[in-house]
Design a protein around this ligand. Structure first.
Ligand code: ASP
Length: 588
């Protein structure tokens, strides 16, 4: 037997008992006559004591142990004379009677502490050591707990967990595919699923009624803090449902997770905001509603024959009221201007107006507007003395709204309005069916091509596709899109029409999605579903800045696994077997 107790479970009531613990040496403190060893495992840390008077040899052995050695300790539980209230095991210590070294360790390249001295790259290279740290391990534990609660909830609602294959054909979620060459099918490639979208729809045709899967999805995109090339979805689909049925069931799941994991009981229904309103008031389809600071449109008030050509020529002028920020210094305002002018944001400039203690408004464009006009602005912005009004304008309405959205979030951060321990959930609904792609010069499905248009908008599909809204919805928490889905098309003719609008020739649609359209001719039930991003959700609950921190073995920003050193070149023999030839980059 290696152990009969863990390093996290012994308490005062265990005093006097003989125990065997196994774990890693966190640290050894040689105090002369006494040595203290902190022994660590997944469950906690227990202090072990060695006394030169009772066993000098054993104490010497303890003093020789290095950090991260794996040891087995036998001893008696004793009450500590100086207790440590910060540790769950802080009331006791183990008086060692025997120590066995189970394995030695090199000196680790960084300290295995909550505040480690290891940089990102080093920690990723030695991720198995990084995972020994409390701070990282607890995210992995949280992830497990959430996955278990998801299973519990969905099982309780009659969902079946069904696995779908990884080696499939292309699924159109709007990203690039990762592809896998097939040795047995010369010159042909599998695509890894961007999601199991078509497969879960086929499971509905198959009569499975309620499906879910906690599943890896693969998208070859540029990476950001909330994106990894492979990530995990809680993927769900249901038959015989309308949008409300789906929203109700999955709002229930969100509430279940909040209650079981965070101990937060949410009684009210999640607000539902139309996509139009989300864009109008927050400039984002994933608004952070922990704070207000809604946009106010100011084109009519400030941008018509005002003499200020920037506003007069703009298609959109919009402002936010940063409450209490009139005290911002020139330097802080300059920083904000720099912020909106960053290439990632791309605004040309920032106009501001302060409401002074006496109620007058002082603005950076005073010379174009009378005090009377500025008072109207104050009223429109619902501003009071001490408030700072920030205004952006631009020729492209949506682009300017996005810029203002970035500014709103920045002000939210600066004013401390984005508390990680506060949660604000909502559904964004009524998404447009299509969006125009400048790159592709065609309409693209905003969600994916299987999304059902709103029944009442179907008549204008041909004549005014841009006006068609979809039965699509996203769940948004604190400005993070945690999940999204839609009611699907289950009629092969409507599906064919959709492919046509999206620019697929009948031939191409058949090649790529013939299996689905064919399945729809055999009695497809009305169905719909959604998928949650598990990584995003865990990060949100753990208060993390990057989803990487809740993934056991994540990739870095260049899509590399620095621990495994992947991706890597293939051997020539493997390339030959697959009939692949690598063209050197310069020669391409
Ligand atoms: N397959 C979709 C996605 O990955 C989710 C859904 O529509 O169920 O975003």
């Amino acid at each position: 037997m290696y152990r009969n107790k863990t390093c996290g479970e012994l308490r005062l009531a265990d005093t006097g008992s003989q125990v065997i613990l196994s774990g890693w040496v966190q640290r050894v403190r040689d105090m002369g006559g006494m040595t203290f060893l902190d022994l660590r495992d997944r469950y906690g840390i227990t202090q072990i004591t060695f006394n030169s008077e009772s066993d000098k040899k054993l104490q010497e052995l303890a003093n020789s142990l290095g950090r991260e050695y794996v040891v087995q300790v036998t001893g008696i539980v004793r009450e500590r004379s100086s207790k440590n209230p910060k540790m769950p095991t802080g009331d006791i210590e183990i008086e060692a009677t025997d120590v066995k070294v189970l394995n030695k360790s090199e000196v680790p390249p960084f300290t295995i502490e909550d505040d480690t001295d290891g940089g990102d790259d080093l920690r990723m290279k030695y991720r198995y050591l990084d995972l020994r740290r409390n701070a990282v391990r607890k995210n992995i534990e949280l992830r497990h707990k959430m996955a278990m609660e998801v299973r519990r909830y969905l099982d309780g609602k009659g969902f079946l967990e069904i696995e779908t294959p990884m080696l499939i054909g292309s699924t159109p979620e709007g990203a690039r595919d990762f592809v896998v060459p097939s040795r047995m099918n010369h010159g042909q490639f599998y695509a890894l699923p961007q999601s199991p979208q078509t497969l879960k729809q086929l499971l509905m045709v198959a009569g499975m009624d309620r499906y879910f899967q906690i599943v890896k999805c693969f998208r070859d995109e540029d990476l950001r803090a909330d994106r990894q090339p492979e990530f995990t979805q809680i993927d769900c689909e249901m038959s015989f449902v309308h949008q409300d049925d789906v929203l109700e069931l999955f709002e229930g799941m969100a509430k279940h997770l909040f209650k079981e994991i965070k101990g937060i009981e949410i009684k009210d229904a999640f607000p539902r905001m139309s996509w139009d309103d989300a864009m109008k008031y927050y400039g984002s389809d994933k608004p952070d509603t922990r704070f207000e600071m809604k946009f106010v449109e100011l084109k009519d008030l400030l941008g018509r024959d005002s003499g200020f050509s920037v506003f007069d020529n703009a298609a959109y002028v919009g402002g936010i009221n940063a409450k209490g920020a009139a005290c911002y210094t020139r330097k802080q305002l300059d920083q904000l201007t720099e912020f909106v002018k960053r290439p990632q944001i791309g605004a040309k400039g920032l106009v501001y107006a302060r409401v002074e203690p006496d109620g007058t408004v002082k603005s950076s464009v005073d010379k174009f507007y009378s005090q009377e006009k500025l008072q109207e602005l104050k009223k429109a912005m619902d501003a009071e003395p001490g408030d700072l009004i920030l205004i952006l304008s631009g020729e492209d309405v949506n682009k300017t709204r996005k810029q203002l959205s970035e500014l709103r979030l920045e002000m939210g951060n600066r004013l401390g309005l984005r508390d990680k321990n506060k949660f604000s959930c909502l559904w964004v609904v009524d998404f447009p069916m299509f969006e125009w792609s400048d790159e592709e010069q065609r309409l693209m499905a905003m969600h994916h091509p299987f999304t059902h248009p709103k029944e009442e908008d179907i008549p204008v599909l041909d004549t005014d596709p841009a006006a068609v809204r979809a039965d699509a919805y996203d769940m948004v928490i604190n400005g993070v899109e945690v999940g999204g889905g839609s009611i699907r098309i289950h009629d092969s003719k409507l599906q064919a029409k959709m492919f046509d609008i999206l620019g697929f020739t009948p031939q191409k649609a058949k090649e790529q999605f013939g299996f689905l359209m064919n399945a729809f001719t055999y009695g497809a039930p009305p169905h719909g579903g959604l998928a949650y991003g598990l990584d995003r959700w865990v990060s949100l609950f753990a208060g993390l800045d990057s989803i990487r921190d809740c993934i056991a073995f994540p990739k870095n920003n260049s899509g590399r696994d620095v621990m495994l050193d992947a991706p890597a070149p293939l051997d020539q023999s493997q390339l030959d077997e697959l009939s692949l030839k690598i063209v050197e980059e310069e020669k391409k």
